[in-house]
Each structure stands twice: as C-alpha cells, then as structure tokens.
Design a protein around this ligand. Sequence first.
Ligand code: ZN
Length: 412
Amino acid sequence: MQSWSSTPVPRVAGQPRPLRLFDTATGEVRPTAPGPTAGMYVCGITPYDATHLGHAATYLAFDLVHRVWLDNGHEVHYVQNVTDVDDPLLERAARDQDDWVVLAMRETALFREDMVALRVLPPRQFIGAVEAIPEIVESIAKLIAAGVAYRVDDPEYPDVYFDKDATGRFGYESNYSTETMLGFFAERGGDPDRAGKRHPLDALLWRMARPGEPSWPSELGEGRPGWHIECSAIALNRLGSGFDVQGGGSDLIFPHHEYSAAHAEAQTGEHPFARHYVHSGMIGLDGEKMSKSRGNLVFVSKLRAEKVDPGAIRLALFAGHYRSDRAYTDELLAGAKQRLATWRRAAALPAAQSAEATVARLRDHLGDDLDTPSALAALDAWAAEALSTGGTEQSAPTLFRAAVDSLLGVEL
Ligand code: ZN
C-alpha cells in the first residue's frame, strides 16, 4: 500500500539523548537499544471511519519515538498495517449500504491526508491486510504444522484457532489475570463462546468463507484472516524477531498484542517478539473515552476543515503524557494555540538568550519516556524569557525553531 509523504527533519546541534521507554511486559521504563537501524511496528487503523484524536494521540506518540531515534543517528524501519478487511469494516459497510472496498480505500486516503497534515513521519512500509494474505496464510500453515493451531469441530465452518498455551509464555506481555483476559477478550472482538474451541481464550487465525462475506482462496480453504495473525505476520516478515518497539493504544495490550507476540513466537521459537511493548493512553471527551461505540469523536479532518493549525493539535495532545488517559477539551486546544503563537513570536526574534541548555532539557525530557509535559514547560520558559529580557545570540531563535521542528514535529 502507498505510504504518505514525509517532511524534512532538520539536524539539531548539541548532544542527543538515548531513548528510555516504559515496557508493558516488564512494567518498567527501560532503555531502548536499537542497532544502526531501529525497528518499530505500530498497529494501524481499521478504515471504516475517519481519524479521531484518540488515533492521532497514538500515532503522534510513536512519531516522537521515531524522531528521538533519528536524532540519535539511527535509521528507523517503521512498519504500519491497515486492517482493510475485518468485521467492523464489513459491518459499517453493510449498515451504510457501502462497498467495503470503497469504504476502506476512502478512509485510508483520508487517514494519509490527516497524517501528512499532522506531520507524522511516514512508515517505510504501509501494508494492508488484504495484500498480506499470502504471507498470513503461510504463517497459519506453519502454526498448524507445529501442532499449535487446530480446526474447530464444526463441519460447516472448520475455522482455524490458535492454542493459547503454544509457547508456554501466554500472558507475559499484558500480565493480566485470566479473569481480566476473558473480560477484554469478549469486549474486544474475541469469541470466548465459539463452540468447538479447546479453550475460550484460543484466538481465531482463519475464518472460513461465509455467504456474503469477502474471502480468498488458499491452502487453508477459502476464507479470511483473523486480526492478530495479520500484524504478527506483517511485522515478523519485515522486522524479524526481537525488533525494538511494538506499539499501539492501551486497548491493544490484550488481546491484540498478547496474541501477535504468541503467534510469532510459536512460529520462530524465539522470544521476545518485540523488545518493548509500548502503549499510549486513551483520549476522553466529556468524561468518557473517545470511541466509535460512544459516538463522541473529534475528527482530525474536522479540525483541519476548521483551519485549526496542526501544530496546535500536536501541542494539545503533547500537553499530557502519552501513557496517561486524558481528556480533550476546547480549553486544551485554546491553550495549545496560545502556546504555539508565543513560541512563534519567540522564534521570530532577531536574537535571544542562548537556547542550548533548553534544547538539552528538551532532549532529556523526551528521552525519559517521552515526558512531553516537562519538555513543553522547558520550551515555554525559554520563550517567555526571550520575549521579556531576551539576549543577543542571533542563532538562538533558529536553534529553538529547529529543535521544536525536529523533535516535536511542530513547525514554527
Ligand atoms: Zn496490530
């Protein structure tokens, strides 16, 4: 699938800081330790609706990971998928009497536009589930051959399921209790009550064709893939085992990332699938999580249509820490617009006090598990001083502007 266009990332003078990130699996902030090329996989959208601020917050958090690694001189091999065939997409298309292919293409195109507007650096590989079906089938066939996948006892629809205990490590990524897992599994697209499964938590790998549903011929029989094996195969085939960061929203901790890891590890015998599992918090509106089911969504495209500066959207979402569940409010956006205007005035000064220590603080805070609230405060302090007492260093406003552009992705 076509990715989107990139924006240049200026080099910033001074000493970069390595990136430490919270890892859900070990429950601690640990250094990332990429080689010359850092590998990152972030789960993409299911394109049945436009990008809302909850999505934007996730892709912006991982955009910061991308930028901090670039600052440290790494190449970044970033892979993202698009779940362009799955139940929610088919249900929405049926509801709206839309063609599911057209719906997916339209929403994916809008997502790309939103990402470009928000200056999110593009993935090197942007892969649709449909185009990845042959490799997904290959993965499932390996799991069947290894004896860790089986067909349910259903002559009409002998779907293929994954034995959750295949690796002996199931649960290491989320650290959830079985009770919590069962709750989330039922809530987030799982099918604990499907007859013929060996365990309620076994996950779907291949769904045999049903009348009226899209399907593809394969050695497994005509059908379509489950969701977790899609990301598992796409990531494994491009980044290999033990890549640096597997990312997504915190609602992907379980079941999605637990199974993606288990599917991959059961195929390769290697552990871990990813060295860090990194999750961003949920964005709420009026005291509730922003979600499609609640209908309380603020779309990036709507803010763009209202001529809201994308830099202000970035700053609004960076005002809170990426891991915390936080609220989006009109006041938050108004504050971000004001901050952006202040920074722009400071960056436009002919001279100011030195910005070197401020840029060092920005790098320190971002390197410390993407502590954007502290990073923004450090930049605020510099801008306030520049606009009040100021200074005579002519290169300072330029350095400030370059650092904000390179590390926060905000154009001043
Ligand atoms: Zn995924």
